[in-house]
Write a protein that binds this ligand. Structure first.
Ligand code: DAH
Length: 354
């Protein structure tokens, strides 16, 4: 018998067996019997090697066709068995499609992001627009235009990281140590009046219970005509009541910043002792000691800042304030965090509480 005839016989026998198989398991046996490593077809195909070269190619093609034909029939029957099996599941198994599913574990936004969103929404209601300015910026924006000439000692208060880049026209590049650079960018746009809230990352060389090297500030700037300290006080009071609670008050304490005149530090009435400095039993409040907790700086924009950006201080004026987002969040009633660094430790036990 020629190899051709032998191949044809294998094909006929294999297809007959495939059609006769009564289950998926039987089909698998048929597959192994013909196409397995020692299967009938496989052995035949091995014989090809012994053929004279000129016959080998044609016989090889014929062998391959037989293999494809058997494969095709096998797959068709396998699919038949699979679909009958799944159709029968309904008879043997029962699924309650109304049963509640397994919940997927869900995270939440980071506490700082939550605080930023809440702060943004509060100021938006007062007509402030949220902006963002570079977090690696030129000296001009971070210091010089804020009335801090090169080498001015006031700069020492901002423990600044300098970026190792050649200085540009506007000076060296720094990682912004505060968000006040946003005031200059905003003023330079020359779109007056201004009501902005700039929230972004700040960097300083510091780390302890109330400082981290990377933190966030929110910086407000209002520039218009006829703006006075009472507007500043009104905005800060509104914010304090809306964010911290209706019974909280703010206090402006005289201070010095180069970019505001007059300048203030802003205190908020303490949540622990209700702003009295004394606890129920008469003991002194450990957190604030005298009823007030410091929040951040504020003041009336210095005329030199307006001049540096080409805005006429005779016509325009306003106020600015800049506070730490993490600090502000910590002072929220009920938060009770006594070490700011925990916010960035990625400790899920801590973060899950909020
Ligand atoms: N930039 C100041 C700081 O980081 C805070 C500040 C003070 C911002 C007074 C202001 C301001 O806008 O008017 O310490």
């Amino acid at each position: 018998m020629s190899l051709r005839d032998a191949l044809d016989k294998v094909r006929t026998a294999a297809i007959k067996d495939v059609l006769a198989a009564g289950s998926a398991a039987e089909l698998t046996r048929v597959r192994v019997h013909y196409l397995g490593r020692k299967g009938e077809l496989t052995l035949r195909l091995k014989e090809l090697a012994d053929l004279p070269e000129k016959e080998r190619k044609a016989a090889g093609e014929a062998g391959n066709q037989v293999k494809v034909a058997i494969e095709k029939e096998l797959s068709r029957r396998e699919a038949d068995f699979a679909s009958t099996a799944s159709a029968k599941i309904g008879e043997t198994e029962w699924i309650d499609v109304t049963a509640p599913g397994t919940p997927v574990p869900e995270g939440h936004l980071h506490l700082t992001t939550q605080a930023i969103r809440e702060i943004t929404a509060l100021f938006r209601r007062l007509g402030f627009t949220r902006v963002r300015y570079p977090e690696a910026d030129y000296d001009w924006y971070a210091f010089e235009a804020l009335n801090m000439p090169p080498d001015h000692p006031a700069r020492d208060e901002w423990e600044t990281f300098f970026v190792d880049l050649p200085p540009g026209e506007k000076g060296k590049v720094v990682l912004t140590p505060h968000t006040s650079n946003g005031q200059i960018h905003e003023l330079e746009r020359k779109e007056l009046p201004i009501r902005m809230i700039n929230i972004s990352k700040c960097y300083r060389r510091q780390s302890d219970v109330s400082h981290v090297p990377m933190f966030h500030q929110f910086e407000g700037l209002v520039i218009d005509k006829g703006i006075s300290v009472t507007h500043l006080k009104g905005v800060l009071d509104h914010f304090a009541k809306a964010y911290f609670g209706a019974d909280r008050r703010t206090r402006l304490r005289p201070f010095h910043f180069r970019f505001t005149e007059p300048s203030f530090e802003v205190d908020i009435s303490c949540d622990i002792c209700g702003g009295t400095g004394l606890l129920a039993g008469g003991a002194v409040c450990r957190l604030c000691k005298q009823g007030w907790v410091e929040l951040g700086g504020a003041g009336m924009v210095h005329p030199n800042v307006l001049k540096a950006t080409g805005v006429d201080p005779e016509q325009w004026g306003g106020f600015a304030f800049g506070w730490g987002v993490e600090r502000t969040f910590m002072m929220k009633a009920g938060v009770k965090i006594d070490d700011l660094r925990v916010l960035y430790k990625n400790d899920l036990h801590f973060l899950h509480q909020f």
